[in-house]
Write a protein that binds this ligand. Sequence first.
Ligand code: NAD
Ligand code: ZN
Ligand code: ZN
Length: 385
Amino acid sequence: MKALVIHGKKDVRIDTVADPVIEHARDAIIRVTSTAICGSDLHIYNGMFPQPRPMVLGHEFMGIVEETGSGISNLKKGDRVVVPFPIACGHCHFCNMELHTHCENSNPEHYGPEGGLMKGKGGALFGYTDLYGGYNGGQAEYLRIPYADIGPRKISDKLTDAQALFLTDIFPTGWSAIEWAGVKGGETVAVFGCGPVGLMAMKAAWMHGAARVIGVDIEPYRLEKARVTASVETINAAKEDAVEVIRQMTGGYGADVCVDAVGMEAHQNFGEKMMNIIQMEKGSMKVLERCLDAVRRGGHVSVMGVYGSPYDNFPLYQWFDKGITLRGGQAWAHHYIDKLINLVETEKVVLDDIITHSVPLADAAKMYSIFNNKEDNCVKVVLKP
Ligand code: NAD
Ligand code: ZN
Ligand code: ZN
């Protein structure tokens, strides 16, 4: 079959690889009908999560069941499914606590940054390096789904692929950001990053009753996308000091909730493009610091942007003094997906309006470059195997 394979930094190719086969009784094979490129894939593409051997990428995908293992009774050939991006057994110490992203039975290798002493192996994701289990991903024609009795959800034929695809990752991720921040209604929510994850957090914030939602980015076309698809007020952090503007907008208090939907690229982006950005003169462009600055006393910061390295000069004093609740991690896709499927099926939310490119899988390598370089007004790429 054809699949998108990472060979090294900024080196992804469409290769011919072996078709997946059933390896365990609880496996299923799906024929992928749609799959997306995620900001998380860019961390691998940019070498921030180095991948030592070629691997098929992709953790946002859906498709049709082709084959099931002998232990699978919930699915049959022909079922149309979306699949949450973490791989989880459903029955271990962590899965029993609804912490599927920390499943003990999905990742044979990883013991986390602490070494081997702490119990729990760090969970696994589809197509997300050997660190996260070494499983092939869904930017491919076919894929093996481990624990297929736990992850895949059948979806209505009323939904198009484009309407359903983001139930696998980015809608649950935006939803997690808002749930974890305890948004109940009436809050001001500032979302840093108007990429796909940020846009989903904005939609989720409105659905939780936020009074005001603000999008922050440094790319004008992404800010425009946020205004159009999420009806938010926007701040261009390349032109204005976003923290100052947020304070002005909130009577000096700061936002009730800040969401970091950028992650570690912003910490490494100190190239030419960023040199004239206002925060460079003022100190930091590190989005997590900006979030801690911009949130009100006693407020919440949700960190959905991925971090894979230590963070020097973390403003511990500010976190302590302001009494900020800081929460982050891989989204709770398994936990929220059924509720979110219902919201999409009952037309309470539109997700596919963020798609800017829908192209054949054969064009995937080119699209990685366009998405990474923010060319062609690219916001979200869907690949069709
Ligand atoms: P993306 O790269 O398309 O979006 C990031 C946005 O941040 C871009 O619009 C970029 O212009 C903007 N940005 C960069 N530097 C900035 C700065 N200094 N200030 C304000 N904005 C800035 O990626 P995405 O797909 O939206 O994903 C965003 C993050 O979420 C990534 O780190 C990704 O890995 C992560 N993610 C996490 C989970 C999870 O489970 N926690 C799931 C999916 C994605
Ligand atoms: Zn993703
Ligand atoms: Zn488990």
